[in-house]
Design a protein around this ligand. Structure first.
Ligand SMILES: Cc1ncc(COP(=O)(O)O)c(C=O)c1O
Length: 429
């Protein structure tokens, strides 16, 4: 968000606060009431076992382990593998890059497809060489063609780790994502489908590569247990701050104020700092398992609702000057976000106009992962980092809310596609 909005704020004169935003980019699927009710039920270790059983049933796998976070899970698996090189997309969550580096591996990037925003078998093909680890990723819950990537890996003696951080509950041809590669990883981080502050699950699909007992206890740094009180308080504040009425009036102005004051580009945490964060140090607590269990129990309802929200976006954007990234066989019920790109104009111009008209839109992963000097080799990753906008898909977003949002987005898209004054008004929804 920081990079795009710093630029937006340079262009918007006067008070840029939308006051009334239609909807926040992301709301937790866990209410404050649930946060407190789970606390009051005295979380016990049995909850971790219960969650493990739910994930076993969901994936059909025996070995399911918990980790402090998905980045820690990836680092844990990698640091136990002898392979030296990891092939991964040039456009994905930057903490994955840090995790791979922490595991002491060399990264080989592949570009992404502009059709799905994922690196597909087409991009992986030339880098699948004997003795490498491949990291197929389902970004924003959009399935990549993981079965083909895994077949390439099998043919050329590579190991696969399926980054399904954003895809818990999503499927490809009826099979759960996270179950295709040798290992799968799911995230319980705050912005994900099953949010429990942080935490992750490792799914072992091939137990011939690593000893599951060793993998279950292996960590890349010493960890601590204990109730995540600070994260609980933070989640309660987050829930309050994203109540739509408060969001436009209080939260967005504060966020924008912060972006405006920021100097230089935001720093990515170097490996040494990352290792000291709760994402590597804090063990998954039974309380977090209790929260995750509550959400998994209503997964069918969530999937149903998300499918309808995604249908609203798809229908609204059908003939609009917007790029969308879902193939016909995409499991839309399993999406975490609905990515779009405004055609013809730079993202910053669309964000600018949107903000003027009450929409604070989410952007993410604003830089491709390779070093700047290499960007010309990854044109699609560079394009995605500079153009993608993420629309929300969460339970508390009503169908009417999604319709209003989609209508506004189309108006912004049409207005930015015309040669007209920037950052002006569009009609009220
Ligand atoms: C594709 C992907 N992989 C990995 C991660 C890291 O997950 P965690 O925050 O649980 O470490 C994320 C987080 O956003 C992600 O989107």
């Amino acid at each position: 968000m920081e990079v795009a909005y710093k630029e937006v704020l340079r262009r918007v004169s006067g008070n840029p606060s939308p006051r009334v935003t239609i909807t926040p980019p992301n709301r937790l699927d866990t209410t404050n009431w649930e946060l407190l009710a789970t606390l009051a039920s005295f979380p016990r270790p049995a909850l971790v076992e219960e969650l493990r059983d739910v994930l076993r049933k969901m994936t059909g796998r025996e070995h399911v382990f918990f980790a402090p976070s998905c980045r820690a899970a990836i680092a844990q698996i990698l640091s136990m593998l002898p392979q030296r090189e990891v092939v991964m997309p040039a456009y994905t969550c930057p903490v994955v890059k840090v995790a791979v580096e922490l595991a002491g591996k060399t990264i080989v990037y592949v570009d992404i497809s502009k059709e799905t925003l994922n690196a597909t078998s087409r991009e992986y093909e030339k880098e699948v060489k004997c003795g490498r680890v491949l990291l197929p990723t389902h970004l924003f819950g959009i399935p990549t063609d993981v079965e083909r990537i895994c077949q390439l890996a099998k043919d050329r003696n590579c190991v696969t780790i399926e980054d399904a951080a954003a895809a818990l509950g999503s499927q490809r041809n009826g099979r759960p994502l996270g179950t295709f590669a040798d290992f799968g990883v799911f995230s319980f981080e705050r912005s994900k489908r099953v949010p429990s502050f942080q935490g992750a699950a490792i799914i072992v699909n091939n137990d011939h590569l690593l000893d599951p007992a060793k993998l279950s206890i292996h960590r890349v740094t010493p960890t601590k247990g204990g109730m995540p009180i600070r994260e609980l308080l933070r989640a309660m504040v987050y829930n309050a701050a994203t109540i739509p009425w408060l969001y436009g009036r209080v939260t967005v102005p504060r966020l924008l104020g912060r972006y405006a004051e920021m100097h230089g580009e935001p720093e990515w945490a170097p490996s040494a700092t990352a290792l000291n964060s709760a994402y590597y140090k804090q063990e998954f607590h039974p309380y977090q398992a209790g929260l995750a269990l509550r959400v998994t129990k209503r997964m069918n309802g969530i999937r149903d609702h998300v499918r309808r929200l995604a249908d609203i976006y798809k229908n609204a954007f059908h003939n609009a000057p917007l790029d969308t990234f879902l193939s016909p066989d995409c499991d839309c019920a399993g999406l975490l976000r609905f990515p779009v790109a405004f055609q013809q104009k730079k993202r910053v111009e669309a964000l600018c106009l949107a903000l003027r008209n009450g929409l604070y839109l989410e952007t993410n992963y604003e830089r491709p992962l390779p070093d700047g000097g290499e960007w010309s080799r990854f044109p699609n990753a560079v394009w995605a980092a500079e153009n993608i906008v993420l629309l929300p898909l969460y339970r508390a977003l009503s169908l009417k809310g999604a319709e209003r949002l989609a209508t506004k987005i189309v108006e912004v898209a049409k207005a930015t596609a015309r040669p007209s004054p920037l950052c002006g008004e569009i009609s009220a929804a």
